[in-house]
Design a protein around this ligand. Sequence first.
Ligand code: MTE
Length: 349
Amino acid sequence: MNPNIHLLLRSITPENKEFPMIALNEWITPDHLFFQRNHFSYPVFDIREWHLSIDGSVETPVRLLYSALKHFPHITLPVTVECAGNKRGLFTPNARGEQWELGAISHAAWTGIPLKHVLEFVGLRSDATEILFEGIDTGERSDLPGLFPYARSLPLEKAVHPHTILALYKNGKPLTYRHGFPLRLIVPGWYGMASVKWLRRITVLNQPFQGPFQSLDYVMILEPGKYQGAIPITNVKVNSSFVFPSNQSFLHRGVHIIYGVAWSSISPVAVVEVSEDEGQQWSHADWCDPSIPYSWRRWKYRWKATQPGTYTLKVKATDRSGQSQPEKAQWNVKGYGNNSIHTSTVYID
Ligand code: MTE
């Protein structure tokens, strides 16, 4: 562990910290460098009293103790978790919220129970349409009176997907407190807001959930206050970033190995292209990692910088369905889903 590499602070309370992109030499993000995204202070609870309640439109409501969870089948999946607000700080004009740069994203191997097994165990009633997940953390919001838990729902179809898991372990070890111990949801392919931490309750609903983290946050609003018809944020968009050289770097003349990372959701990333001349010509980058569903892929590109001057490098990923990063992602009030082509300005002396 390099003691000089640490998370980058965005806010202290609640604690919000970015993954330092420079640590991308590892495919799996070690726990101490995994980005942290919280809406409230960390919850205080007695683990000896923890249990998971499952209720609502089910045949048999249950309370599951931690020790009971080991009796369900487990799977392990490597999954990249990206916050919907990743790269918000790169939007112009500024969008309100944490000014994340490139690092509200990390990658881990998650082990847990496919949620569908637990739902089969309690038995869904025929009117079930959504599954609601409630975290233990609770707090105030600036836009509404009262106290709210962090709670979000998933449509039934996504909840019973075999890869939607109740995770107990990350990188082979029990979840750490900051990342949702004892139990969190992992929703591969969706932005990170869906992966509710510190789960205490799952409720099967027969109508749409309207909580503030579902209907006021994590929806695309294009004008302040215009929530009518706002599209919910769901699948991660195809995206890529430079790690080296970072923006505003000074480099010597010569050959440089440029590198970075690319990711997407339902359709895997197929191609990464780099432009040395502000987007006029594009050349393919080489992959450093294989294509694994839900996982980011590091790439590299050999750049011969022979002439001194200022260069605007660009990187663009395209997924297998043909979706590419746009020159400029759709600006929105809350600053979600910024997958604009990434630019790095470099000075060669
Ligand atoms: N779950 C709870 N209970 N409380 C939260 O604030 N934040 C969500 C999600 N789950 C959140 C939560 C968001 S917006 C993201 S991006 C991920 O957790 C971040 O997970 P991490 O902190 O483990 O990186």
